[in-house]
Design a protein around this ligand. Structure first.
Ligand code: DOR
Ligand code: ZN
Length: 333
């Protein structure tokens, strides 16, 4: 039996730049019809020139594949309505990072002052530009996301017309917050549907599973699985595939990020099959995102999978993927 997915979308993706971009972009553009591209380069993508030039480099890296990079800016409270309006056809979302919370986020926000944020967030709401948020405080690592819920609530209440995407949610608390506010949505990664903190640090430390936000407790994973497998209309797939070279992961001071792009569709298919929810995968992988992001145009593309063993390469360029060297049950044909 073969399974066909129409126009799969990855609503949270790190493609990096230069050689790394050339290695990883074709792996996403092979399997997906489009992706929301994170702006946390060094320096961050925070100007029209940087955004347009990055989009060109991505398009050069993917060759002739049918794949649309949906571009984002790194949030700054100084963006004016005129500036954002001038980018309307190129800019799909803006990503907000609290300062220093994760890779290349030093230039992020150091406080959440509604009056300071209002002009930019009001302009985004008027222009139908969603706000993507890395929702963690700088508290105790297991509590950072739960502590951030009150900031999501503050944003959702003060900016009811703004679409707010809670990126890569990892907790039951975030899942419960989703339904409390009409304008809150979420992305869920593959790895957070699969692993808990035990897989990262319960035995020998697994640097290739270390990411931000860190994987949490079994009950959190259950809550994520429930809404993903039922394709709850407010959740969509966002891999947060975040490649780092092997030396930066297998290091004293391991960079955060799990590289999942080349195995994401195969393993999601296996997960949805195992739980007898295959009929919901299309909505989770594309349909919900298209209803949430009403500002995107999605190219037609179909990807076919079969239950046929696939040996995951040990390395792609300098990057070790999740399940490196292991055999997974589904292949893209
Ligand atoms: O694990 C992560 N890696 N989490 C993030 O938020 C950023 C990402 C990266 O850019 O490496
Ligand atoms: Zn990310």
């Amino acid at each position: 039996m073969s399974i066909t997915l129409n126009s799969p979308l990855d609503m949270h993706l790190h493609l990096r730049d230069e050689d790394m971009l050339k290695t990883v972009a074709p792996l996403s553009s092979r399997d997906f019809a489009g992706a929301i591209i994170m702006p946390n380069l060094v320096p961050p993508v925070d100007s029209k020139e940087a955004l347009l030039a990055y989009k060109e480099r991505i398009n050069a890296a993917i060759g002739n594949d049918t794949f649309t990079p949906y571009m984002t800016l790194f949030f700054k409270p100084t963006y004016t309505k005129e500036f954002l309006a001038s980018l309307k056809d190129e800019l799909v979302a803006i990503k907000l990072y609290p300062a220093g919370i994760t890779t290349n986020s030093e230039g992020g926000l150091s406080g959440f002052d509604v009056d300071e944020l209002r002009p930019t967030l009001d302009a985004m709401a008027e222009l139908n530009i969603p706000l993507c948020v890395h929702g963690e405080t700088n508290g105790f690592v297991m509590d950072r996301e739960a502590e951030f819920v009150s900031i999501y609530e503050m944003l959702a209440t003060n900016f009811p017309k703004l679409k707010i995407i809670m990126e890569h949610i990892t907790t039951k608390a975030s899942v419960e917050t989703l339904d409390k506010f009409e304008n809150l949505y979420a992305t869920i990664t593959l790895h957070h549907l699969l692993i808990t903190l035990d897989d990262v640090a319960g035995g020998m430390l697994q640097p290739h599973l270390f990411c931000k936000p860190i994987a949490k407790r079994p009950e959190d994973r259950e809550a994520l699985r429930k809404v993903a497998l039922e394709a709850h209309p407010k959740v969509m797939f966002g891999s947060d595939s975040a490649p780092h070279p092997q030396h930066a992961k297998e290091n004293c001071g391991c960079a955060a990020g799990v590289f999942t792009s080349p195995i994401a569709l195969q393993v999601l298919t296996e997960l949805f099959m195992e739980h007898s929810n295959l009929e919901n995968l299309q909505a989770f992988i594309s349909g919900n995102a298209q209803k949430i992001y009403t500002n995107i145009t999605v190219p037609t593309k179909s990807i076919t999978l079969e239950k046929k063993p696939f040996v995951v390469p040990a390395i792609y360029g300098t990057v070790i993927p999740m399940y490196a060297g292991e055999t997974i049950a589904y292949s893209i044909i």
